[in-house]
Design a protein. Sequence first.
Length: 326
Amino acid sequence: MILVLSACGAESKEDVVKKLSNKWSDAKGYELTAEMSILTGAEPRVYDVEVWHTKPEFYRVKVSDANAENTQMIVRNAEGVFVVTPALNKTYKFQSKWPSENSQAYLIGSLAEDIKKDKSATFKEEGDKYVFEAKTTNNHKNMLPSQKIYIDKKTLLPTDVSILNENKEEQIHIKFNKVSLGKARAAGDYKIEQTPAAMEEGEKVETSAELESKEFETHYPVVKWENTPLVEEKVIKLEDQKRVVLTFGGDKGFTVIQELSDPNVSSSIPVFAPGDPVDLGVAIGAVTDHSISWEQDGMSFFIASSSLTKEEMIEVAASMTVSELK
């Protein structure tokens, strides 16, 4: 009798998925704050994430580093999808279905869809948490194929997400600080011209003078691929700065172009960007079938290749760092 009652009291994976789906999907919107840690380098890189979502398709995601010196936003409103870099006063517009075709672990709707889609997802209980391990469906799915999603049993809200590589090693950790369901904002709150004004007062962004004072530091990709040697490193002298072109050969050849971002060239009027927005962890870029571009820490980067897949280009971009190539 005790065994029967115990079995009846245990919740199945299907029961929990149904409850989560009802709670997360039925909300007219939500707002959340989270902390995202990128664990792939020598030292963790920590970013603050703020999300607004109003059904059906309005989103505003703001990602800032720990000192709020570097901020980027991705906004979806009735006019399209935009990536905004306030420090450079640049706005790019995409013809994209983001985020429906590119799951993001800090969007709780994406988490719910990932759990539902993966019929082989595992489920267990750990103390006061439900824990799902499911496949990822974002642009990093080849590098980071799985994720552990921790959900509070009482609130049925996510508390943490661990994104894992092929060896089940944690590469990205997202800690949800606050999730508020049932929040809905007016369409006007998602307008691009209001986005910079919607930042928290006192938020620090780099000025043109600060950007102009940056020293050029060559970045190299640290992906570990065999037979992909650096065959040429060329420095091109421009009028007032330089451009570095790295050419890699082999079966997975590609070219990296990098230079300091020009703080005097702004685009407060949205400029059309080809491809789709992609979250590189350290920045939001634009990816097409044969190229990827982004701005990070006062630098502009462009990668082009006829050999790499989108996922491989993203892997190269996410691995760029200031270091000697080994």
